[in-house]
Ligand binder design. Sequence first.
Ligand SMILES: [Zn+2]
Length: 145
Amino acid sequence: MLRLSHDIYQALRRQGEETYPHECCGVLLGRSSEGVNTVEQAVRAGNTRTDAAHNRYNIAPLELVRIQRDAALEGLDIAGFYHSHPDHPAQWSQTDFAEAHWIGCAYVITEVSQGRAAQTNSFLLAGTTEEDKRFEPQAILVDPA
Ligand SMILES: [Zn+2]
């Protein structure tokens, strides 16, 4: 289960509308345990994939290190990642799967259809290693504002 506040949920969906027709991406900070990813903060990240920003996303390793270090100071960890799919369904792609390495983290995808946020889905990267990792659909629980 992915658990987040209404404000964070709206913010990451709106970000996909702002960057349309390009993908947006960011990091979800919070805690993960027993398949429950609790989000306390969403941090926007720059999309470094200028070659195909409409269907690829990537967060620069140095930026990710900085985000994780800042989060640790507040007692938070990386609980997941989010990005948008402009005019494509909110389902993970083979590229998304190949580039997902944070086992136990949530991968949230929002379909942005003609500039408007549509479906948002979350997938838990389950497994124990790079060899047996897999995406499992997970419920999204949005706490009222
Ligand atoms: Zn994707």
